[in-house]
Design a protein around this ligand. Structure first.
Ligand code: NAI
Ligand code: SOE
Length: 398
């Protein structure tokens, strides 16, 4: 068994989730050809790095992420920083021959995503973008039903991603509200997850017609480095800074296979927490999913007798995708952590020379092309064609 030394950059929310996955992956997926080793953690300052390294179980810490790139002992660079550093770190890591996992969105802009994809094409390393919701067992089960024809030809895909952590105008101005750091608002932050699911479950998105809304234009400045995700209150008299990204987005979408649909996202929907919902209708049945009940998939099959046709609930468990590795009976509860453990397992399988891993930087780039088309459509009020990446040539259609 080979050790894979991990260099993690960023010790916030995702630093925690990825560290949990590195510790847990051998407990769930065993035997394994590789063993993750939490080698070095980078944060802004020496003190922050040492603190996070102790907490997350890393052997070393540094305030200079470039020392991770320069360290020949490190095999995998994990980018868990805000979006403005993804491109610089990923391109340097790939040039140094490291495997890379980068948090979503891949980049702030299409141009940055293109450069990251180009760097990945030039390297022989494994690259992955962390759209982990597709690794929820119920979502993977939906894919299985779609692929085996259980709901027939897909006609419609309706999806939402609704949260409320920023609905209060007095919740702080996190980096997620600053275009220079985040790139965009609800589009890059959360709609990207739904767009990844649309591509995973249905097909390529070919055209969009979108609207965005910018509701809260300033917020109290946030003091700490890591994002408080609305949990600290600035108070109405605290110094304020400008919000220069969209709060909400809605888009109609067309798919390459002829299906149509809608996607929407907001972080200002009181009462909705991590409300990722999918409603997929096919010629032979329907699938519905709500991440707030994430170990359940609702399915309805036309082939059921008329007097009992209707949605039934399947609780994912050992009989379902990745279920045998998780818990021995259904309904014990599958959490966010499990999606990250499965993600890490699939990444390490690819590093060990097994199945290539998706979503990769090509997928992250294609999602960035859709994000960009959505923002352009919202600006112009017109339908916008989504340029398509040809993975064989690396070129993008006009
Ligand atoms: P966060 O603000 O909680 O943590 C980011 C950490 O990176 C902070 O502690 C900050 O000090 C550190 N950092 C920033 N620049 C750095 C640098 N140059 N060197 C070293 N450390 C640096 O942010 P969070 O929520 O962890 O988000 C990080 C990334 O993960 C973002 O791209 C975000 O979009 C993505 N994300 C993905 C999620 C998913 O479900 N896949 C969930 C949450 C975030
Ligand atoms: C905040 O909206 C956030 O942390 C996003 O950045 C993540 O991508 C999402 O999975 C959870 O919510």
């Amino acid at each position: 068994m080979k050790n894979i030394n991990v260099g993690l950059i960023g010790g916030g929310f995702m630093g925690k989730a990825h560290s949990l996955a590195y510790a847990a992956v051998p407990m769930f997926f065993w035997p394994s050809k590789v063993m993750p080793v939490k080698h070095t953690l980078a944060e802004f300052t020496d003190a922050m790095a040492a603190d996070a390294a102790t907490r997350f179980g890393f052997e070393n810490s540094t305030s200079d992420w470039k020392s991770i790139i320069d360290n020949p002992d490190i095999d995998l660079v994990d980018i868990a920083t805000p979006n403005n550093s993804h491109a610089e770190i990923a391109i340097a890591a790939l040039a140094a021959g490291k495997h890379v996992i980068c948090e979503k969105p891949l980049a702030r802009t299409v141009e940055e995503a293109a450069a990251m994809y180009e760097a990945a094409r030039k390297s022989n390393s494994v690259n992955m973008v962390a759209f982990n919701y597709r690794r929820t067992p119920a979502v993977a089960l939906a894919k299985k039903y779609i692929e085996d024809g259980s709901i027939g030809k897909i006609i419609n895909f309706r999806a939402t991603y609704l949260q409320d952590w920023s609905a209060d105008p007095n919740s702080p101005l996190s980096w997620r509200f600053q275009k220079s750091v985040a790139g965009s608002g609800a589009v890059g932050d959360i709609l990207t997850h739904v767009l990844d699911l649309a591509r995973y479950l249905v097909d390529e998105v070919t055209a969009v017609s979108a609207m965005t809304n910018h509701i809260i234009t300033e917020r109290p400045l946030q003091q700490s480095g890591s994002d408080s995700l609305g949990n600290s209150k600035g108070g109405s008299d605290a110094p304020k800074g400008a919000v220069d990204v969209e709060d909400e987005v809605l888009s109609l979408i067309k798919f390459a296979n002829g299906a149509i649909g809608s996607v929407e996202a907001t972080r200002n929907a009181w009462g909705r927490n991590n409300f990722i919902t999918l409603e997929i209708h096919g010629t032979e049945g329907s699938i519905a999913f709500n991440y707030e009940n994430r170990d359940q998939l609702e399915v309805c099959f036309k082939s059921d007798e008329g007097d009992r046709r209707g949605f039934r609930t399947v609780y994912t468990g050992p009989n379902h995708p990745n279920g045998a590795a998780l818990w021995p009976i259904p309904a014990l509860g599958i959490g966010y952590g499990e999606t990250k453990i499965i993600e890490a397992h699939d990444l390490f399988t690819a590093i060990a020379g097994g199945e290539p891993v998706r979503p990769d930087f090509g997928d992250g780039y294609q999602v960035a092309l859709i994000d960009d088309a959505i923002l352009r459509s919202a600006e112009s009020g017109q339908w916008v064609k989504v340029p398509q990446l040809d993975r064989a040539t690396g070129k993008v259609s006009a």
